[in-house]
Design a protein around this ligand. Structure first.
Ligand SMILES: NC(=O)c1ccc[n+]([C@@H]2O[C@H](COP(=O)([O-])OP(=O)(O)OC[C@H]3O[C@@H](n4cnc5c(N)ncnc54)[C@H](OP(=O)(O)O)[C@@H]3O)[C@@H](O)[C@H]2O)c1
Length: 260
C-alpha cells in the first residue's frame, strides 16, 4: 500500500473549503496537513472540527503537494511562499497556466465543477479533474491524488487548457447568463422564474443520454421564421434590447450549426 499523500490547501474560499472537506474524508490515504486561511475564524463554520485550519502558510509543511486555491491574480505571489520548501505546488484554476506558479515544481489540479462553500454537498465521484505538471513524477503525484478525490483524471497540456476553460465557460457561465435573460423576460410579465425550473431540469437531464445537437428543439432549429420574428419584435417593443441581441446571436448559431 502507498504511504499516504500529505496535502496542504492554501486558500479557504469556495474551492479550498470543498477540497479540504474531500481530502479530510479520504482517511488514511491522504493526510490533510492543514488549510491556510488569512482569517481562520471565517472558515471554521464551513469545515469539520477535525480539519486543521491555520493562519500560517508554513504550518502546511511538510507536505508532498500544496494545492493553491486562491484567486487567479495572486497565484504567482502566493506560490512564492512555498518556493523555499521545494514542494510541488498545484493551482486549481482552469484559466491560468501552471507557469504562473513561481515554485520550481509546478502543477495544475483543476476540478471541472462550480463550487460554492455555502453548498457543502458535492459529489466528488462525478467531478473530472484535469492535471498537468512540469515533471513527469509530479504528474504522477497529481494523478494519484485526483484518483483519490474521485471522478475521471485527464492530463491537459498548456495548449489545450484555454479550450477546456472556454468550453466550461459555455457550459456554466453562458448557460447561466441565458437563464438570467430568461428570468428578466419572465419578470416583465410578473411571473416567477421558478416556473421555468422543470423545463430547465428536463433540458439538462436529456444530456445524460443524448448529445445536445440531438435534442435541440425550438423555432430556430425548425426553421420557423415567423415565430422568431414575433419573439424579436416582442422583446424590442419592451426595450429588452440586450435580450433581443442575444436571441439573434443564438438563433444564428442554431441555424448555422444545428439545423439539419
Ligand atoms: N469557484 C469555482 O467554482 C471554481 C471552480 C474551479 C476552479 N476555480 C479556481 O479555484 C481558485 C479559487 O477560486 P475560489 O472560487 O475558491 O475563490 P474564492 O472563493 O475567492 O477563494 C479564494 C481564497 O483565497 C484566499 N486569498 C485571497 N487573496 C489572497 C491573497 N492575496 N493571499 C492569500 N490568500 C488569498 C482567500 O482565503 P482567506 O481569506 O481565507 O485567506 C479566499 O477565500 C481560482 O483559481 C479559481 O479560478 C474555481
Amino acid at each position: 500500500m502507498n504511504t499516504p499523500l500529505r496535502v496542504g490547501v492554501a486558500g479557504a474560499g469556495n474551492v479550498g473549503t470543498h477540497l479540504a472537506r474531500r481530502l479530510a474524508e479520504l482517511g488514511d490515504r491522504v493526510i490533510l496537513t492543514g488549510v491556510w486561511s488569512r482569517r481562520p475564524e471565517r472558515v471554521r463554520p464551513f469545515l469539520d472540527a477535525s480539519v486543521p485550519v491555520t493562519d500560517q502558510p508554513e504550518a502546511l509543511m511538510p507536505a508532498d503537494i500544496i494545492l493553491l486555491a486562491v484567486p487567479d491574480r495572486v497565484i504567482g505571489q502566493v506560490s512564492e511562499i512555498f518556493r523555499p520548501y521545494e514542494v510541488l505546488t498545484a493551482h486549481t484554476s482552469g484559466a491560468t497556466p501552471k507557469e504562473a506558479l513561481r515554485t520550481e515544481r509546478k502543477g495544475l489540479f483543476y476540478p471541472l465543477q462550480s463550487f460554492r462553500k455555502e453548498k457543502p454537498e458535492m459529489n466528488w465521484e462525478d467531478i473530472p479533474v484535469f492535471i498537468d505538471a512540469v515533471r513527469p513524477s509530479d504528474l504522477e503525484l497529481l494523478r494519484r491524488l485526483a484518483l483519490l478525490t474521485g471522478g475521471e483524471v485527464i492530463p491537459v497540456t498548456p495548449e489545450m487548457q484555454p479550450g477546456l476553460h472556454a468550453a466550461a465557460v459555455y457550459a456554466n457561465n453562458f448557460t447561466n447568463a441565458l437563464l438570467a435573460a430568461s428570468r428578466r423576460i419572465m419578470e416583465t410579465q410578473g411571473w416567477d422564474f421558478r416556473l421555468l425550473l422543470p423545463l430547465i431540469r428536463e433540458t439538462v437531464a436529456r444530456l445524460e443520454e443524448f448529445p445536445p445537437e440531438a435534442v435541440q428543439t425550438g423555432p430556430a432549429v425548425r426553421g420557423d421564421e415567423p415565430t422568431v420574428q414575433t419573439h424579436l419584435s416582442w422583446l424590442k417593443d419592451r426595450n429588452l434590447h440586450d435580450e433581443a441581441a442575444l436571441y439573434e446571436a443564438v438563433t444564428r448559431y442554431i441555424i448555422r450549426r444545428l439545423k439539419k
